[in-house]
Design a protein around this ligand. Structure first.
Ligand SMILES: NC(=O)C1=CN([C@@H]2O[C@H](COP(=O)(O)OP(=O)(O)OC[C@H]3O[C@@H](n4cnc5c(N)ncnc54)[C@H](OP(=O)(O)O)[C@@H]3O)[C@@H](O)[C@H]2O)C=CC1
Ligand SMILES: Nc1nc(=O)c2c([nH]1)NC[C@@H]1CN(c3ccc(C(=O)N[C@@H](CCC(=O)O)C(=O)O)cc3)C=[N+]21
Length: 275
């Protein structure tokens, strides 16, 4: 079994992004936060750190977990109108009563580096240029980096969120895979996933995918980042069990996550230099 790591790819993307950032106007990313969720705050810190390393300015606008939806919308509108800001993202989760989908409509599509505005998702579905969500893009980047063939192959995505599952299904379709999307109402998940030549797990359930869910030799991409009791991180895939069946598998940590952060910065550098 081949372990498909993301660290080298992430480093290469960051180096390329640093060169792009240095060649044009200095890119600036604004990250709006309204949560106390530890995993989300960890991601924000890692974005800020990686941005500094790539020569990208990063402003974290923390409104706190008690922020009202109107306040978040006003903040996004202000940053969308600010010519100093090239990239704008709204972290999830959000406070109860706030809808990420509705709020993201306030992000200027030209600055929508995490593909959250419904317009970006619509453009993606229509095959028009748009920034895909960094996580969905990271899955494709990993598959390409490891030269996994997609055309004509059966791909199964577990999860239908707006951040990962849905945009990823469009990206895989564009690459001529035959795509099936599963979710919590899918009957007999293992029967569907075991048909996959390329399987992507993005459900946010630790250990959901076991050996019985995977076809011999399949390429398995684990997007899940579930906190463990000892303060660590584990994926949606039971790595031990599945490594005995799969042909290739991404680790967690060290797989999709670092590539996601690197691509968010690449999108920001590109947004800063849009014609
Ligand atoms: N590494 C990275 O860069 C990133 C990692 N993540 C991680 O990816 C995971 C998914 O994130 P996100 O998409 O935001 O999560 P959501 O909770 O928004 O979506 C989860 C999806 O998985 C489906 N699902 C849940 N349980 C099951 C089940 N038992 N069987 C089949 N499907 C199920 C849900 O179905 P239904 O729609 O029916 O509820 C839903 O569509 C999380 O662990 C998250 O932390 C997220 C973003 C970036
Ligand atoms: N609008 C929005 N878009 C997101 O993409 C988004 C979000 N909100 N909210 C939070 C989740 C979570 N997320 C992660 C990204 C990278 C790692 C990552 O790089 N993790 C490291 C390990 C971290 C560790 O060891 O603790 C790794 O996988 O190697 C993790 C989690 C993006 N998210």
């Amino acid at each position: 079994m081949k372990t498909l790591t993301g660290k080298d790819l992430a480093a290469a993307i960051r180096a390329q992004t640093q060169a792009e950032a240095a060649a044009g106007v200095q890119p600036r990313l604004a990250v709006v936060v309204a949560t106390a969720d530890e995993a989300s705050l960890w991601y924000v810190r890692s974005i800020a750190k990686a941005a500094a390393g790539a020569g990208i300015a990063c402003d974290v606008v923390d409104l706190g977990p008690g922020a009202a939806p109107d306040q978040i919308a006003e903040t996004l509108a202000r940053l969308s109108a600010d010519p100093q800001v090239h990239g704008l993202m709204l972290q999830t989760p959000l406070p109860p009563g706030a809808s990420a989908q509705e709020l993201a409509a306030a992000i200027d599509p030209r600055k929508d580096v995490d593909g959250a505005n419904p317009l970006s998702l619509g453009r993606l579905a229509a095959g028009l240029p748009a920034f895909p969500p960094a996580t969905a893009a990271a899955v494709l980047a990993l598959l390409d980096h490891h030269e996994v063939e997609l055309a004509g192959r059966r791909a199964v995505v577990v999860g239908r969120s707006t951040v990962v599952g849905k945009p990823l299904a469009h990206l895989l379709l564009d690459r001529h895979a035959t795509v099936t999307v599963c979710h919590s109402r899918t009957r007999d998940l293992a029967a569907v996933t075991s048909q996959a030549e390329v399987l992507v797990a993005a459900a946010g359930r630790a250990g959901l995918i076991g050996a019985a869910h995977v076809a011999a030799g399949a390429v398995v991409i684990d997007v899940g980042t579930n906190p463990t009791d000892d303060g660590g991180l584990t994926g949606d895939v039971d790595f031990e069990a599945v490594s005995g069946v799969a042909g290739a598998l991404t680790p967690v940590p060290g797989g999709v996550g670092p590539v996601t952060t690197a691509l968010l910065l690449r999108h920001t550098a590109r947004a800063a230099n849009l014609p």
